[in-house]
Structure formats: structure tokens, C-alpha cells
Write a protein that binds this ligand. Structure first.
Ligand code: C2O
Ligand code: CU
Ligand code: CU
Length: 491
């Protein structure tokens, strides 16, 4: 039996065939152990489950816990969540507001919360050193001091981040401000958050996080693509514009987002808020940790039209990018008229001039002992500049208020590294080698940038006044957990 047929059977009938299940499990194990060079193939479902939209809250109390969720229709899986379900609520607050978030750790292990993309004081940033032990709590208290954007939150305990995010600890953190409100972008029911994650799920519907040493190198890929914690969902839309905020909350999988009818859509924002000008694209790469703020115009479709958000194949070296797969289905189900006109000019973003930079740093992403796929006898360690993460070592310091140019150098490597810097938002200057160009989202403020094999990417940033210790790391969470992270200090 083909896996695809099997899962269709498993998800559409209540009777569950043990033979099929074990067969699939064995095949899956065999794939893990024997066929490491190939990516796990995605299993498309029937897109017959309504998408879940997380509750929107400001200043919630968050409790990390082990709980259950229905990821696959009609089935229950044990997951982690910041609520009685997988994932967490969408936190939405105004720039300038005070975040005061009580966090309780009811997991049986240590965790913490990192506010990805938010410029918060070092002791509020969820540095892997600031751990909340099992059964303990912590009050996160900081002022939001940055422009509107789609940020997110997730755990950051060293060596455990990937597992905890995979199990379901993640949520969006939307910051609003007056400038963005002036754009009158589609809101409320017409503003849809999409947290895209792939899960590896076994025949008994349990989530399985157990990367082999080769998967620590290539990234741990799941066969089930989930949106807001639901596998193979649909969402009903009206004939009008929608704003869709997309977060790639996967541990390693990159999506090349496109619409199944080939229609273009409009990229209006990236990690750190809206772009200077909107850009129409047919596809967009979104790496783990990155966000894309897009507008989709459904106004010209007839009622009943079905359009999939899908991922197209892309050139991702040996690790991934080979397959095309559908992520979710939009069903145009009602007529509505809106007078919205997508503005082409969105915001004034002043480029940071290279002449302002007082220091250049180079980060070599090449892995010294990579190449022979001999990872079976030794736990793979990932490095930056040949160094594996050491909690107590400060790798370098930067001056508050100073501007620097950092180069992420992935030439001579065949691994994919989405590089993320805590404590700051940066601008991407250029990419040389590989794709040799910048994509739409890279023309705005960023905190995570995809560095493909053979590429060198230069970013420029001015450090805020939040002094203290922050990390930079690869947001392929398998890489991060295996050491691809450094400490830097703002002094
Ligand atoms: Cu989204 Cu240091 O992480
Ligand atoms: Cu972060
Ligand atoms: Cu990496």
C-alpha cells in the first residue's frame, strides 16, 4: 500500500488497520535510517478541516503544558501548547504598550520564552541562560518599542528548542502602530494569521521528534504540513482582498509559497513590518523563523473557486526543495465588495548607509567536519566560525548605538542556514553567490535571513540601547540545538 493511500484510509475511516500502520511505520523508519540523503516526502490530505484561528489577546498569562490537540481530523495527538491546545494565542499590542506577561512552566522540563523579533531588554529576551524550571514561573515585563510587524514567541532552552517548538510551543506576536493603521489594510476577519509547520506523525498519531545525526545536518522534516496546528485545512473567503500574515514556525522546512492557479499576490511586509513599497510575486521563499505579510485578491473569482496555497519546488541544495505540495485550501464561498486598493507605497524606510558602519564581521557557516556523511559515530556539532555554542562564553561585543555590517558566509557549504540575530532588526545589503539577488521580503526590516549553499549575505544594523547578552544563531532549529549559535553582548 502506498503511504498516501494509507493515510487517506487512516484519516477518513474510523477503522484503523494495524497492518497498514505498522507497514507505514516500518517504511518510515527505514526511510530515516537508510535513505538519509532524500527529504521526507509530504503527504497531502483532503483539505476538509476548517482552519483554526488562534484567539487574539493582549497581555495573556501563558502556561506551557503538555496537552492534546486534533492535528489530523478526528484524531488526538499529545502536544505541547501555551493553551489547552497546540500553539498559543496571537498576542496583539500597540507600539509603546507595556507587555506584562505571566508565564508558568507546567512542562516536566525546563523552558523559557523568547520574543522573536522584539527589541526587549536582555534579561527579558529568553536567552538560553534564563531558564524557567519545570513547575516555576516568570514575569515577562517590557515596553514594546518598535514599529508594527509580525513577530512571534517560542521557547529557547539550549538543546531543547527544536523539540519544544516541534511539539507546539509557538505563537504570533503582532505589534500595531499608528503609521500602519493609516494604511487601512484588511483587518478582523480579513486578516488571517498562518503559522506553517511540518510535523512527523507516527501511525498512532503521536508526534515524533527524533532526528538522526544526518537529519541534524539536513534538518528534521515532517510529512504533515500543518497550518495553525491543523493538518490539511481549508478556509472560506469572500470575493475581496485579504491580508495574510505567514510565519514559518517549522524547525527546518523552507516553503516556496505560491498560489495553485499561478496568480500573483502582493508582498507588503517582512519580519520587521511593512516594506517601503509593495511587490507582486508569484512565489516567495520563507525559511524557518521568517515572516511574510501578504495581500491576496480574491475579488475576481467565481463562487466555488478553490485555490491552494502551496509550496513549489526550489533549488535548496541536496537537503530539500525537491517537491511541490499543497499547504491549505482557500474556498471562495461568498460575494462581497470592498473598496480596498492595495497601496504601492507603504512606508518610508531609510536605508542604513554602509558609510555609517564602524565594523565588519564575518561569520563562516561552513562546518569543519562536514562532507563524508560519517555522522553515525559522532554526534554532529554545528558551528559558526568554527565555534560551537558555549553558554558562558561571550564571543564578541558591540557598542549600543553603533552600526555594523555582518557577513554570513555559506560559500563552500551544502547546508541551508536561515541566520537570526536577537536584539536587533537589520537590513539586508546584498547576496553574492547562489541566488545573487534579494527577494521581496529582504527589502524590508528583517531579523532572520536565509543563506543558501554558496551564498554570502551581508546585513547592516544599528544596535539599540538594550545592553546585555544576546544570541545569534541558525534558525534551522536542529542546527541551533547542535551548537550553531554564538553569544554577543551589547555594551
Ligand atoms: Cu526564533 Cu533565537 O529564535
Ligand atoms: Cu529571536
Ligand atoms: Cu543552519
Amino acid at each position: 500500500m502506498q503511504r498516501r493511500q494509507f493515510i487517506k484510509l487512516a484519516s477518513t475511516t474510523t477503522a484503523f488497520t494495524a497492518v497498514g500502520g505498522i507497514g507505514w511505520l516500518l517504511q518510515s523508519c527505514k526511510k530515516d535510517k537508510m535513505d538519509m540523503s532524500k527529504s521526507i516526502s509530504v503527504i497531502e490530505g483532503s483539505f476538509d478541516t476548517a482552519i483554526a484561528i488562534p484567539a487574539i489577546v493582549s497581555n495573556p498569562s501563558l502556561t506551557a503544558k503538555s496537552t492534546t490537540a486534533s492535528i489530523i481530523k478526528g484524531k488526538t495527538s499529545r502536544v505541547f501548547g501555551y493553551q489547552d491546545n497546540i500553539l498559543g494565542p496571537t498576542i496583539k499590542m500597540m507600539n509603546g504598550a507595556n507587555a506584562n506577561i505571566n508565564f508558568q512552566n507546567n512542562l516536566a522540563e525546563e523552558t523559557n520564552i523568547h520574543w522573536h523579533g522584539l527589541l526587549v531588554p536582555a534579561n527579558m529576551d529568553g536567552h538560553p541562560e534564563n531558564i524557567v524550571q519545570a513547575g516555576s514561573s516568570f514575569n515577562f515585563n517590557y515596553q514594546i518599542n518598535q514599529r508594527a510587524g509580525t513577530y512571534w514567541y517560542h521557547p529557547h532552552p539550549h538543546g531543547k528548542t527544536s523539540h519544544q517548538v516541534f511539539m507546539g510551543l509557538a505563537g504570533m506576536f503582532i505589534v500595531n502602530d499608528i503609521e500602519e493603521a493609516g494604511l487601512n489594510l484588511p483587518a478582523n476577519d480579513y486578516e488571517i494569521p498562518l503559522v506553517i509547520q511540518d510535523k512527523r506523525i507516527y501511525f498512532d498519531y503521536s508526534l515524533n521528534y527524533s532526528p538522526t545525526s544526518d537529519e541534524v545536518m539536513t534538518g528534521y522534516l515532517g510529512q504533515y504540513i500543518c497550518v495553525n496546528g491543523i493538518y490539511s485545512p481549508y478556509h472560506k473567503v469572500a470575493t475581496r482582498w485579504y491580508r495574510v500574515r505567514v510565519l514559518n514556525g517549522s524547525t527546518a522546512r523552507i516553503y516556496n509559497l505560491s498560489l495553485s492557479n499561478g496568480a500573483s499576490y502582493t508582498v507588503i511586509g517582512a519580519d520587521g513590518g511593512v516594506l517601503a513599497t509593495a511587490e507582486n510575486v508569484n512565489n516567495l521563499l520563507l525559511a524557518p523563523g521568517e515572516r511574510a505579510d501578504i495581500l491576496i485578491d480574491f475579488s475576481s473569482y467565481t463562487i466555488g473557486t478553490e485555490i491552494f496555497l502551496q509550496s513549489n519546488s526550489f533549488n535548496g541544495g541536496t537537503a530539500q526543495g525537491n517537491d511541490n505540495f499543497k499547504i491549505m485550501k482557500f474556498i471562495v464561498d461568498r460575494q462581497e465588495t470592498d473598496s480596498f486598493i492595495a497601496p504601492s507605497s507603504l512606508s518610508a524606510i531609510v536605508p542604513i548607509s554602509v558609510t555609517q558602519s564602524s565594523y565588519n564581521r564575518n561569520f563562516d557557516l561552513k562546518q569543519a567536519d562536514h562532507g563524508g556523511h560519517s555522522g553515525m559515530n559522532m554526534a554532529m556539532q554545528h558551528t559558526i566560525n568554527g565555534k560551537s555554542f558555549d553558554m558562558s562564553r561571550i564571543d564578541f561585543s558591540v557598542n549600543a548605538g553603533a552600526t555594523e555590517i555582518w557577513t554570513f558566509d555559506n560559500s563552500g557549504s551544502d547546508e541551508i542556514h536561515p541566520m537570526h540575530i536577537h536584539g536587533v532588526q537589520f537590513q539586508v545589503l546584498d547576496r553574492t553567490g547562489g541566488r545573487n539577488t534579494l527577494i521581496a521580503t529582504e527589502k524590508g526590516w528583517k531579523d532572520t535571513v536565509l543563506v543558501m549553499p554558496q551564498e554570502k549575505v551581508r546585513v547592516i544594523m544599528t544596535f539599540p540601547q538594550n545592553k546585555g547578552k544576546f544570541v545569534l544563531h541558525c534558525h534551522n532549529l536542529e542546527h541551533e540545538d547542535s551548537g550553531m549559535m554564538l553569544n554577543y553582548e551589547i555594551i
